[in-house]
Each structure stands twice: as C-alpha cells, then as structure tokens.
Design a protein around this ligand. Structure first.
Ligand code: PGA
Length: 255
C-alpha cells in the first residue's frame, strides 16, 4: 500500500497544559484553521478537559483523545481512569506509553500492552508511543529497543485490532528539547517499525498502519518530516498549544 492510502494523522499532545476554559478557547481558535484538513486532526487533552473538549469540537472535524487509561474496567485504582469512562465522555483516541509516563511514572511495556488491549477492547484507538533514549542511540541499539517495544506493547493484539492502532515514533532525546530527528532519521526508524510489524503480522497489515513521528515537530520542520514515505503524521507537544503552529502542521500533512 502506498503512503497516500494510509490515514495521515496529526495529533496534539497537550500534556499537563490548559484548564477546561483554556481548552475550550484553544479548540475554538484551532477549529476554523483546520476545518479543510485532508488528514485526521486530534487533540489529546488532560482528563478534566475531555468533556469540554468533546463538546467544543462537536460540529468540527477535530477528534478528541485522552493521554492515558487504565486496563481494568473499574475497581480500587485510586487516581486512574477507565476506558469506559473515556468512551462515555465521547473520547475516540488515547495516547499510551508516552516516554514521560515511562520515565516518570513507572510505565513498562507490560502495562502499555495491558492498556493497549483494554483500549482496543473498548473501541478506543490507541496511539502507542515508542522511542529510544539518547544513550541507546549512541550505543547503536535503536532498532533493538524499538523492536522490543513494538513486540511487547502489541503482544496478543490481533491483526483485526491492529487496524485501529496508531504508532508514534518519538525518540526520547527529541521530545521537548527542540532537537528534532532529521527527516532521514525519522524515516529510517518509521520504516523499521513497519518492517517489524510486517514480520509480526504480514506486509499488508503493516502497510495499513499509520506511523507518526513525534519530538519537536513544528511548523518549520513538518513539511520535510511528513514528506517521508513512512512518516504518516505527527504527535505534537509544544507546537500543538499554539493554534497557528498546529494548523500549519495540519496543512503540511494535508498535501
Ligand atoms: P514535543 O512533544 O513536540 O513538545 O517535543 C512531543 C510529544 O511528547 O508527544
């Protein structure tokens, strides 16, 4: 399958930014700027912003995602949010295994796998994040790290369910640092992810998966990154909080 047949997806990852009223304001700024997008546009927002965000984007082409979810349906998990809670609010996507969760909150490939399966079972589309640390790249083990994450995070995910999975390649050294991977580096790893998926499933299944790049993607570098064969979109942190910048990236993905 050629790139043009895959769904290009630009997703904002707001992280721990914006209160509900600020979220409403930012989304109403973004909406008119992206209304003609020829790609999928998503805003992944903090839990308390979700209801407001779903309401604010009801008549628009923007879809709403959460930034995590738990794997259990309910129970004694203080501070956690279930997939059912997200579904009822109208959420469609959920970011899982972001490197900040892996780094600061003890997220492991095993828990990412549990969350991914729970999200899929509930009808949510997971955006599963993978990426190497700087020292792993320096030790030349990027491919081992990525293959391990892909295999473990997607363990026991069926070929049918894979159709609803988005992969985000986010080199940890490029997140929030202003250091972007070069377009060639991004392409190399995104192509490797697709090859790994082809081995785990088959080529056709791998060819259908949207693979995003994330890590300091902005309005200045999006064009070049998104021109690459295996880079089907972006997961955008900092630049997703500025309407014009986010819209410019959406425009770059719409070409
Ligand atoms: P950044 O974040 O664009 O601010 O580097 C990307 C991400 O963490 O998803």
């Amino acid at each position: 399958m050629d790139k043009a047949k895959r769904t290009a997806i630009i997703a904002g990852n707001w992280k721990m930014n914006k209160t509900p009223s600020e979220a409403k304001a930012l989304l109403s700024e973004i909406a008119p700027l992206v209304k003609d997008a020829d790609c999928e546009v998503i805003a992944c927002v903090p839990y308390v912003d979700l209801a407001v965000a779903v309401e604010a984007t009801k008549e628009t082409n923007i879809k709403i995602g959460a930034e995590n979810c738990h794997w259990a349906e309910s129970g004694a998990f203080t501070g956690e949010i279930s997939t059912g809670m997200l579904k009822e609010v109208g959420v469609e996507y959920v970011v899982l295994g972001h490197s900040e969760r892996r780094q600061y909150f003890g997220e492991t490939d095993e828990t990412v796998n549990k969350r991914t399966k729970a999200a899929l079972a509930a009808g949510l589309k997971p955006i599963v994040c993978v990426g190497e640390l700087l020292w792993e790249r320096e030790c030349d083990i990027t491919e081992e790290v990525i293959a391990r994450q892909i295999k473990l995070d997607l363990y026991d995910v069926s070929e049918e369910d894979l159709k609803n999975v988005v992969i985000a390649y986010e080199p940890v050294w490029a997140i929030g640092t202003g250091k972007t991977a070069t377009a060639d580096q991004a392409e190399e790893v995104c192509a490797f992810i697709r090859a790994t998926l082809a081995k785990l499933y088959n080529q056709a299944a791998a060819d259908g998966v949207t693979i995003q790049y994330g890590g300091s993607m902005n309005d200045g570098n999006a064009d070049e990154l998104l021109s690459k064969t295996n880079v089907d979109g972006g997961l955008i942190g900092g630049a997703s909080l500025v309407a014009e910048k986010f819209a410019a990236i959406v425009k770059a993905a719409s070409k």
